[in-house]
Design a protein around this ligand. Structure first.
Ligand SMILES: N[C@@H](CCC(=O)N[C@@H](CS)C(=O)NCC(=O)O)C(=O)O
Length: 209
């Protein structure tokens, strides 16, 4: 498999965690968002939306959108599972993942922030926008996750695959996380876990020196 990725892209980081948790190898093909490589013809020919990640499967199929890629990995390589067997527990994990993937991350994606700037919002306004939406979203995550272990139990699962990259982004944007003890517990646990360590932006080959 080939993964089109950018070291600090939230969505790419999710896919890297899912791959690592499943013990799967993918060749990393960096797409430099800062240099606008995602908007150039070669990448647009692969992914018309011009966003990372994208995954080329062993059969040569190009998949886009991190939720679709992660579901593909879960279906194609079911063990170890990211989702529990019980339907209700699966729905809880998916709920946390969707909250992060649909209601937090899209609001601070670089294209959205640049659109705000284009509409005349200054940097202070952009920072307030980010802090508001990340803070509101994480407040809900804090209420939804459990009191011990990872988000939804002793083993890492889909919710954790989404949460850790969101926390990395929150820290990059200097969002105050002090009011979220459960989330901070999950973060501590995950940062000690080999799969999460392997997927972390700081150890990616395309991270600038
Ligand atoms: N819903 C998509 C979001 C993809 C996305 O927004 N990727 C960001 C990086 S995390 C990107 O490529 N941004 C480039 C841009 O906005 O121009 C997914 O989960 O894959």
């Amino acid at each position: 498999m080939d993964l089109y990725t950018y070291y600090r892209s939230t969505s790419s980081y999710r896919v890297r965690i899912a791959l690592a948790l499943k013990g799967l190898e993918a060749r990393q093909l960096p797409v430099n968002l800062l240099q606008g490589e995602h908007r150039q013809g070669a990448y647009l020919a692969l992914n018309p939306q011009g966003r990372v990640p994208a995954l080329r499967t062993d059969e040569g199929e190009l998949l886009v959108q991190s939720p679709a890629i992660i579901e593909y990995l879960e279906e194609r390589y079911p063990e170890p599972a990211l989702l529990p067997a019980d339907a209700l527990q699966r729905a809880h994990q998916r709920g946390v993942a969707a909250l992060i993937g649909c209601d937090i991350h899209p609001l601070h994606n670089v294209a959205v922030l640049n659109r705000l700037r284009g509409l005349g919002i200054d940097e202070n306004g952009v920072e307030q926008w980010i802090a508001h939406w990340v803070g509101e979203g994480l407040k809900a995550v804090e209420a939804l996750i459990g009191d011990a272990g990872f988000c939804c139990g002793p083993q890492p699962g889909l919710a954790d695959v989404y949460l850790l990259p969101q926390l990395y982004a929150a820290r990059r944007f200097k969002v105050d996380l002090a009011g979220f003890p459960r989330i901070l517990r999950v973060e501590r646990l995950a940062l000690e876990h080999p799969a999460f360590r392997q997927a972390h932006p700081d150890v990616q080959a395309d991270k600038p020196a």
